[in-house]
Design a protein around this ligand. Structure first.
Ligand SMILES: Nc1nc2c(c(=O)[nH]1)N[C@H]1C(S)=C(S)[C@@H](COP(=O)(O)OP(=O)(O)OC[C@H]3O[C@@H](n4cnc5c(=O)[nH]c(N)nc54)[C@H](O)[C@@H]3O)O[C@H]1N2
Ligand SMILES: Nc1nc2c(c(=O)[nH]1)N[C@H]1C(S)=C(S)[C@@H](COP(=O)(O)OP(=O)(O)OC[C@H]3O[C@@H](n4cnc5c(=O)[nH]c(N)nc54)[C@H](O)[C@@H]3O)O[C@H]1N2
Ligand code: SF4
Ligand SMILES: [Mo]
Length: 866
């Protein structure tokens, strides 16, 4: 067997180190890297199952012009020529790149240089606009530079951790496990501020289910409280922080506990508990994520948090910091190179001196001199015809931008769309004139920066798929073909790295903390062997900030009136993530194991709201907003606030007839950052009548979805499972069945129909439908695919009773909810470790431990009350 290669996880901003061992051409063994500082060998469910996503299924293997295969030469020439012609005719601002925090730093650097130094426009924006830009703007306002002043070891050193708008247990599971370890070791207190009761709340000391959008009030109230308690660090403020006139006076009005509790719709006693805990605990880390950033007041919300830390001097010290945790594996790298339309490069803006310096360094032909279009504005300009050529790299805006229907219309109208992606068919690439096959994770080579500023190598483990090429190579080839052969003369990622590192050091008189001077002169072999390292150390430890006077800034922020719900839109829609899916599912959707945690896009609603609206659990419902509508499967969830709905962002036209969350949010953005407010959209929900429900299991790849009202696909071993619901005659579904020998059983009294299709005696498809509701477990039937079968397969279960495991909770060991509940009851298990000992659940990646704790709590409650 070959040796393990050290690389970094493809998914979230925790940035876990991985040891990957190639097993032939298209498979690998994946293990946590015990020597990586981010994870010390641990991996969550997504990282653990990365090996299931590196096959060729769905991959784009050749450049395509329209629907025809093309050579790289022809495709690249066409891209270069069309961009050149468009610029010649309509100017540099008539073209744009829309890129991604899933590019490597080297890719990002080359794209940014091409657009801002040679094309002469700053129309390069990234999906980080949807993700981190409010944190960026907040940091810039407060610190003078976009620096995250925290590290994971601050979590180990803290006595109180406050998670604001972060479902850490699902979205940053290894950080969550680190928090749990700190709690076990030293009793660190944990407070969660989130309108929903997520699994992250399961082990917390306190959960504050605040009214959505009231975080500024909550944090300002906290600041007023610490001031009343005499805990403002006057000395720190005097030496290191500029406080605008009138700042404190504004806090004296309406910031008493009762007013804040009313605004935030929280129990005053809970709020008091949090305020007292915070006041009493100097070592506090406040970690925040999309519940804060993805708001039309995101930047103010970030500054409300930072203000409290500055005022109490809880920054730049061990265990004390405001901590913006990043989403994508290289969102931070993108911020560093400057891949946002609102920054130039390497933490520089568009000041005259910055433009001149960077222009000189690049020997730029035509420098951008002003910020470019931010993502939401960019797509509006495309729709209105002002931007005429667009290159999308490593992101799926037809799904992930707000008002996705309009984004699709813009893409359809755009005269020239290029898409670089690993996957052939996405909702975005459907609109591409040219599709360029990009190297995927495991094939790419370069660097990424995680949430705590550690830069790690991603290394190539497998050969490139088909004719795929790395993104940096594709971009520099276009640059060369546009005429800039020297500026884009890179031969390898190390060439790009060295240039980028030199630029961070270029005329950096100490004002910018981002400075990679030490890594700028390394040879190719050293780059190959580069160990993870952290830039910036402990930022602001000396109290010096990256502003002209060296002082941080307190930013006055006020709670705006929470939007009253509108008459026709009585609910508030909140959107976000599932534990085992990644964004638009192009990779996690390939993993049968990951698919089992949540098989369908659900709309979660409080049971009382559901009862009032006549929405049964598992019914199909239509969620509508002023922007659009989509169907979802109803899930009653007592952890939802009354009046709030929650839907996942993952499902696309490729997987489902519904669950299209992207159609629902409004394209409204934060005025400072341009980040959309994805977490609060006025909405309504209504039940949709269906005549029957059912499912179809098909062997093999690429089975077409049956045509009906509701059809969602997930991968299962050897094939696909479709969950179905619809109206009228079910015979139409037969068109989706593969050819073969058919067996059927119908029970008109119960309204059931079961069809099995065999080929050479082996099961290739099973269709089960019912009008009354009862369906067998899918598990047994999935296991029968491509097995020899007879008519008994129509029973839908093994001869002799077979317990239904229920929804899969532990994907590593395939343990279902019913198995766990039965074990808790029958074996009187009382903690998560005991469940692990009995069933294995939770003992590998640990991602399901919060869910196990929840089941334990529910069972205990039942035992007491029932
Ligand atoms: N499994 C998984 N992990 C991921 C990803 C993934 O797709 N899947 N994506 C990665 C990426 S790119 C990102 S950006 C991160 C996102 O990570 P998170 O930010 O943790 O995830 P989200 O589910 O988007 O939203 C976080 C929480 O914000 C809450 N929230 C909504 N409105 C408010 C509010 O007004 N105030 C407060 N305080 N909270 C509110 C929501 O209820 C939700 O629980 O996850 C990363 N990790
Ligand atoms: N309603 C709502 N919308 C949201 C959010 C929300 O919470 N609510 N969250 C927002 C956030 S935080 C984010 S980060 C976005 C994410 O949204 P997207 O960026 O649109 O989602 P992905 O599925 O990650 O898209 C990445 C694409 O790049 C491809 N890809 C992967 N690796 C590579 C590579 O190395 N090179 C190339 N060229 N292609 C590659 C994948 O196949 C995939 O098609 O969604 C945003 N949209
Ligand atoms: S927490 Fe999970 S998804 Fe995130 S980097 Fe680590 S293994 Fe990957
Ligand atoms: Mo993100």
């Amino acid at each position: 067997m070959s040796e393990a290669i050290r690389t970094t996880c493809a998914y979230c901003g925790v940035g876990c180190g991985i040891r990957a061992t190639p097993l032939g051409e298209r498979a690998m063994k994946v293990e946590g890297d015990p020597d990586h500082p981010a994870n010390a060998g641990r991996l969550c469910s997504k990282g653990t199952h990365l090996g299931e996503t590196v096959g060729l299924e769905g991959r784009l293997l050749h450049p395509m012009i329209g629907n025809r295969k093309a050579s790289w030469d022809r495709a690249l020439d066409l891209v270069a020529k069309t961009f050149r012609d468009t610029i010649a005719r309509h100017g540099p601002d008539s073209v744009a790149f829309y890129v991604s925090g899933q590019l490597l730093t080297e890719d990002y650097y080359v794209a940014n240089k091409l657009m801002k130094g040679f094309i002469g426009s700053a129309n390069i924006d990234t999906n980080s606009r949807l993700c981190m830009s409010s944190a960026v703007a907040g940091h810039q306002r407060a610190f003078g530079e976009d620096v995250v002043p925290a590290s994971y070891n601050d979590l180990d050193a803290a006595d109180l951790i406050v998670l604001v708008g972060s479902n850490t247990a699902w979205c940053h599971p290894i950080v969550y496990q680190r928090i749990m370890a700190a709690r076990a070791a030293r009793g660190t207190k944990l407070v969660i501020i989130d309108p929903r009761r997520t699994e992250t709340c399961e082990e917390a000391d306190l959960h504050l289910p605040l009214r959505p959008g009231t975080d500024v009030a909550l944090m300002n109230g906290l600041l007023a409280h610490v001031r009343r308690e005499g805990l403002v660090d006057q000395e720190y403020l005097a030496r290191h922080v500029a406080v605008p006139e009138g700042f404190w006076d504004a806090l004296d009005v309406d910031h008493d506990l009762w007013s804040i509790a009313r605004t935030c719709d929280l129990a005053p006693a809970d709020l008091q508990r949090f305020y007292d805990l915070f006041a009493a605990t100097p070592r506090t880390v406040t970690m925040f994520s999309q519940g804060i950033n993805q708001s039309i007041r995101g930047t103010d919300q970030v500054n409300a948090i930072v203000n409290v830390h500055l005022a109490t001097g809880r920054i730049g010290k061990p265990g004390a910091a405001p901590f913006s945790i990043t989403g994508q594996p290289n969102a931070m790298g993108g911020r560093e190179v400057g891949g946002l339309a609102s920054t130039l490069a390497v933490h520089r803006g568009f000041g005259e001196e910055d433009v001149a310096d960077v222009g000189r360094f690049w020997a730029a032909e035509r420098m951008a001199t002003k910020p470019g279009l931010k993502a939401v504005d960019l797509f509006r300009e495309i729709e209105e015809g002002r931007v005429k050529a667009l290159w999308v790299m490593a992101t799926n805006p037809a799904v992930s931008l707000p008002d996705a229907a309009r984004v699709r219309a813009a893409l359809a109208k755009c005269p020239f769309v290029v898409v670089s992606d690993c996957i052939a068919e996405t909702d975005t690439s459907r609109h591409a004139h040219v599709r360029l096959p990009a190297a995927g994770w495991g094939e790419k080579d370069g660097t990424v920066t995680n949430s705590e500023r550690w830069i790690s190598r991603q290394r190539q483990v497998l050969p490139l798929a088909g004719e795929a090429k790395p993104d940096w190579w594709i971009i520099k080839e276009v640059g060369r073909r546009m005429g800039w052969r020297t500026a884009f003369g890179y031969d390898r990622p190390a060439d790009v790295w060295r240039e980028y590192a030199r630029l961070t050091a270029y005329r950096n008189d100490g004002l910018r903390i981002l400075n990679l001077r030490d890594k700028a002169v390394i040879g190719n072999a050293d780059y190959e062997a580069m160990e993870p390292f952290q830039w910036g150390g402990t930022p602001f430890a000396d109290g010096r900030y990256s502003t002209p006077d060296g002082k941080a800034r307190m930013i006055p922020v006020v709670q705006r009136q929470a939007e009253a719900s509108l008459k026709d839109w009585p609910m508030v829609l909140n959107t976000g993530r599932y534990r085992d899916q990644w964004h638009t599912m192009t990779r996690t959707g390939l993993s049968p194991k990951l698919a089992r945690h949540r098989e369908e896009p659900l709309v979660e609603i409080h049971p009382d709201d559901a009862a009032a609206l006549g929405l049964a659990d598992r019914a199909i419902a239509r969620v509508s907003t002023p922007q659009g509508e989509s169907l979802f499967r109803v899930a009653h969830h007592p952890g939802q606030r009354r009046g709030d709905l929650f839907t996942p962002i993952h499902w696309t036209d490729q997987q489902s007839t519904g669950g299209r969350t992207g159609l629902l949010p409004r394209p409204l953005v934060d005025p400072h950052s341009g980040q959309p407010g994805f977490k609060m959209t006025p909405a309504k929900i209504e039940s949709v009548a269906v005549d029957w429900t059912g499912f179809l299991i098909v062997h093999g790849e690429g089975a077409a979805a049956p045509k009906c009202l509701w059809a969602t696909r997930v991968a299962v071993p050897g094939g696909a499972l479709f969950e179905l619901a619809g109206l009228g005659d079910v015979a139409a579904l037969d068109a989706a069945l593969p050819r073969g020998e058919r067996m059927e059983a119908c029970d008109p009294a119960r309204g059931t129909r079961r069809v099995a299709v065999l080929r050479d005696g082996k099961l290739v498809a099973a269709l089960f439908l019912t009008r009354t509701g009862e369906l067998p477990s899918r598990d047994w039937l999935i296991a029968q695919l491509s097995q020899p079968q007879g008519p008994q397969v129509l029973a839908g279960r093994a001869p002799g009773a077979q317990a239904d495991r229920g929804a899969i909770v532990c994907v590593c060991f395939d343990v279902g909810v019913r198995t766990i509940v039965a074990a808790i009851r029958d074996q009187q298990l009382t903690d998560v470790a005991a469940i692990g000992a009995a069933l294995g659940a939770g003992t590998n990646c640990g991602s399901c431990r919060p869910a196990l704790a929840q089941l334990l709590a529910a069972q205990t409650k039942e035992a007491v009350h029932g």
